[in-house]
Design a protein around this ligand. Structure first.
Ligand code: SAM
Length: 264
């Protein structure tokens, strides 16, 4: 690392820089990049993960919002043939523009303050993504991976599991970062389904219905969805209207949403 560069971590950009070489190696080993793959890192920061990825990849694209860090990245990684640095907001970035005949692979120690909207934005691009390896708050990874019936199962679980297979790989302590975050972290692997187990007729309706169902977590489906479906309609989808949303699996949500979208 460039010893003359000193950067004060910016909270507004969710900056917690990885300093634990062992963890960085473990992340890169989990990604296991092949030379010619299309790898994209979100939020390279001061280049902790970037450096190791560059040793293994022919070319890397990175997306960093912080102009000062971009300047620094350009000095420590001057070879523009090897790395393309996009100084943009990942929330607005069209990831699929970087896909070729090869799908893209995403990697990142993500800014936790925008992790949910960023994940939802990335999911819109799931069709051009091979896989993703992300550092996130442990609690968010638990929610993503939780099955129906568990406490952490909610909107995020349903929407992520609709698109991807989710695997929590390992946990990371706050001491591995500078500054340390106030929460524990985990590395998650997401693989968009090659063939979705279920495909909804109207994705916007699905997203709306799932949001609606979980906005009233303690209510039964009958009550939570009363603006969208009658009790009989819920029953006609093979779903018990007296159940709470946390017991409903992705396929059942899809059946409910298909019926609701027919009447829009
Ligand atoms: N990868 C580095 C590491 O592990 O040390 C930094 C990780 S830090 C948790 C998150 C990084 O994402 C920071 O570099 C931050 O500036 C960048 N970032 C935050 N919001 C962003 C956004 N909307 N678009 C792109 N990068 C963003």
């Amino acid at each position: 690392m460039n010893k003359t560069f000193s950067h004060k971590a910016r909270k507004r950009f969710g900056q917690n820089f990885l300093k634990d070489e062992y963890i960085i190696q473990k992340i890169v080993a989990a990604v296991n990049p092949e030379k010619t793959q299309n790898i994209i890192e979100i939020g390279p920061g001061q280049g902790a993960i970037t450096r190791q990825l560059l040793e293994l990849c022919q070319h890397l694209d990175v997306i960093e919002i912080d102009r000062d860090l971009v300047k620094h990245l350009k000095t420590i990684f001057p070879d523009s043939e090897k790395i393309t640095i996009h100084n943009v907001d990942a929330l607005k970035f069209e990831f699929c523009q970087l896909a070729s005949e090869q799908k893209i692979r995403l990697v990142g120690n993500l800014p936790y303050n925008i992790s949910t909207p960023l994940l939802f934005h990335i999911l819109e691009n799931a069709y051009c993504i091979e896989d993703m390896h992300f550092m996130l708050q442990k609690e968010v990874v638990n929610r993503m991976a939780s099955p129906p019936g568990s406490k952490a199962y909610g909107r995020l679980s349903v929407m992520i599991q609709y698109h991807c297979e989710v695997q929590s790989l390992f946990d990371v302590n706050p001491e591995s970062f500078d500054p340390p975050p106030k929460v524990n972290s985990s590395i998650v692997q997401l693989k968009p389904h090659n063939t979705k187990p279920v495909r909804v007729k109207n994705y916007a309706s699905f997203s709306h219905l799932v949001t609606q169902a979980f906005s009233f977590r303690r209510k039964t489906l009958r009550n939570a969805l009363k603006n969208l479906l009658t009790e009989d309609q819920i029953k006609s989808c093979d779903v018990d209207p007296k159940l709470r949303p946390e017991l409903i699996d992705v396929k059942s949500f899809a059946r409910l949403s298909d019926l609701a979208s027919e009447q829009e």
